[in-house]
Write a protein of this length. Structure first.
Length: 637
């Protein structure tokens, strides 16, 4: 009966569920080698210092995992961490985080998504799941409110991520986190799939594959999650929802056109990657825009749950109902390869989803291969502007066939072997997202210093520089302050956990900001940035945290927790060998201008970096000083 679906596991009665007030603080610790599990009780101090989600995941790993281990060894731990918002019904609170050591970068990795697994884990009564060890044979876990079962996964091995979830069965209270063939074959940028959402970056799927762990199936619905102070929580929720529905970005642009609404902005700003970041705009880019896709491909909402903004979409492409590729995907697998056909990109996106591979790293690697082929460094039939052979290359990468096996190691490894490091568009081994920092200097600093590599989500200064136009994208003034502010803020937000897009609404709809006018905002944010970072209204986040947990948290404590999470991650990366030499950008972005920029501007990184190190309290080697470690109460190990 190995193929029995997991439907029957849940027999939870919907009504009169026992309540979890805020958080259960129970974290499951699974050892795949021994096939055992224990339960760890998170302390109030850990909760307050590291919040939940990404932050708490990092801290629990820091306490358990030595530095310098092989990411594919049994010692590597992968943590799945919902946050305190999950299950409460707060807007956009269906997201959860995973944390592990990345095989792509060799440093700490985190990712988040809004697939159903997080909600199932949390409503099964668990505030986290840590998995270590290695099974000798393919295994999957079934998690219920009573514990963990280890099950034979030989019938699932070799199946793609969507088939695997179908075989596990549908149950309205259950959610799975699974890998496709790419994870099984340890492609260094394999992802983890939950529903049709992805823990995308850094090769977490390969870590699961290295443990012979095909899937984790959580059966939730056993508990109701309620805020400690329900009345105050409801007030915060009402305000949050009102702001989301009032803000034009969250209630209109993202809701109608998804993240592809960004195409118009990035293309006009000259920061949409074209031809492996040789240029920053194209006359054909409109075909990848959210407006064009929604008009031509019958798009519908398909989102994380719950969500109030509703950016995720499906559409009808060539008669098939497929996910609409996100902005990052149309950027790196579209314009960056000089492909402007949404149908083809949607099909490649679907292929990557099924195999379980990160589209950003796949696109960046394909672009490097095309350029290396043009320059005669390698032999390949893949060419910019041609779709020929791309689907096959994606499949070969996922399945580790032929040259695909080398592509599965990413652009850094390829360029080290064959040359062409200047045009391997990656930082710390992670391929860059679809914003060219030569037209957005704050993004340049952000990519160079982001803890997990070229991450566009650690500090989204591109929004202030190029979408809401309150910062001059070609100025270095104040960028170190804004990058640090958003890093701390996003670390805290990703530990709550909620969607980054809520920040447009929660901050910009504050009456003081909303009615200030663009001119005033430009002055305050561009020149009075030390003041602006102190008054930006992020109070909804810390109020949510306080009303749910019952533990008071001020704005400054919330940001301090974010800073602590950032610094802990940096320190863990220092232990893996990260220094100042790694806080840089690919040669192309420091030496060559974009073809669309007559001024040939490049990222003036050095000055911004120096200022950033100073306010971050990093020493000249890029290590947090003893003073900042002490101030944030992080143990030095
Ligand atoms: S806005 Fe988009 S990314 Fe954010 S929670 Fe909703 S569907 Fe997910």
């Amino acid at each position: 009966m190995a193929e029995t679906k997991e439907k029957e596991v849940s027999n939870v009665k919907e009504k009169n569920l026992p309540e979890i007030i805020g958080t259960s603080n129970k974290v499951l610790e699974v050892d795949l080698t021994a096939r055992t599990y224990t339960v760890y009780q998170v302390t109030d101090e850990e909760r307050k210092m590291y919040l939940g989600g990404k932050g708490l995941g990092l801290k629990l790993i820091y306490d358990r995992m030595p530095a310098k281990i092989d990411p594919f060894s049994s010692e590597n731990i992968i943590a799945f961490m919902p946050g305190v918002l999950m299950g409460t019904g707060a807007p956009c609170s269906g997201r959860f985080s995973a944390v592990t050591k990345s095989p792509l970068t060799g440093i700490m990795d985190h990712a988040s998504c809004g697939g159903p697994f997080g909600m199932s884990l949390k409503t099964a009564g668990w505030d986290g799941l840590l998995v270590k060890g290695k099974s000798e044979t393919p295994v999957y876990l079934v998690i219920t409110s009573t514990g963990v079962e280890f099950k034979d996964a030989s019938h699932l091995w070799g199946k793609d991520a969507f088939e695997t979830q179908d075989l596990l069965g549908k149950n309205k209270n259950a959610g799975a986190a699974v890998i496709g063939q790419a994870g099984e074959n340890k492609v260094l940028f394999a992802n983890i799939v939950s529903g049709k959402r992805f823990l995308g970056r850094g090769g977490m799927g390969a870590v699961m594959g290295s443990k012979n762990l095909k899937a984790i199936y959580a059966v939730g619905g056993a508990y109701k999650i309620v805020a400690k102070d329900k009345e105050k929580f409801d007030k915060v929720k009402k305000l949050a929802t009102k702001r989301i529905n009032a803000n034009s970005v969250t209630s209109d642009m993202l809701r109608r056109f998804g993240t592809d609404n960004l195409v118009t902005y990035t293309n006009v700003a000259g920061i949409m990657p074209v031809r492996n970041f040789a240029s920053g705009s194209s006359d054909n880019a409109y075909k990848l825009s959210g407006e064009y896709i929604s008009e031509n491909f019958n798009t519908k909402h398909h989102t994380c749950k719950p969500c109030t903004i509703l950016c995720g979409k499906t559409g009808t492409f060539n008669g098939k109902q497929l996910s609409v590729p996100e902005y990052e995907t149309v950027g790196v697998m579209g314009s960056n390869l000089e492909i402007f056909d949404p149908v083809v990109i949607a099909e490649w996106n679907d292929l990557c989803g099924r195999f379980g591979m990160d589209t950003i790293s796949m696109g960046g690697t394909l672009a490097w291969v095309m350029e290396a082929g043009e320059k005669g460094l390698i032999k390949t039939d893949l060419k910019f502007g041609s779709t020929e052979g791309v689907a096959q290359a994606i499949e070969d990468t996922a399945c580790g066939r032929g040259f695909g096996q080398e592509m599965g190691k990413g652009s850094r490894a390829l360029s080290k072997k064959y040359g062409g490091e200047d045009f391997a568009i990656q930082v710390k081994g992670m391929e860059m997202a679809a914003y060219d920092p030569r037209g957005s200097y704050g993004v340049g600093l952000n990519y160079a210093v982001a803890n997990r590599g070229a991450c566009h989500l650690s500090s989204t200064v591109m929004a202030q520089e190029n979408f809401v136009h309150v910062l001059d994208p070609y100025s270095t003034i104040g960028k170190h302050v804004w990058v640090k502010f958003f890093e701390d803020f996003y670390c805290a937000m990703n530990s709550l956990h909620t969607c980054t897009f809520t920040s447009f609404a929660y901050i910009l709809e504050n009456p003081l900001t909303k009615f200030s006018g663009l001119f005033y905002l430009k002055i305050v944010m561009g020149y009075l940035y030390p003041v602006a970072t102190k008054i930006a209204d992020i109070s909804i986040y810390n109020k949510f945290w306080s009303t749910i947990t019952g533990m008071k948290m001020s704005r400054s404590e919330f940001l301090k927790a974010g800073e602590r999470i950032h610094i802990l991650e940096r320190y863990m990366n220092n232990r893996e060998g990260i220094t100042v030499k790694d806080d840089t950008l690919p040669g192309r972005l420091l030496k060559e201008g974009r073809k669309n920029d007559p001024k040939g501007r490049v990222v003036p990184l050095e000055k911004m970096l120096k200022n950033y190190y100073r306010i971050r309290s990093y020493d000249e080697n890029g290590k947090p000083t003893a003073g900042i470690m002490k101030k944030l109460s992080i143990d030095v190990r």
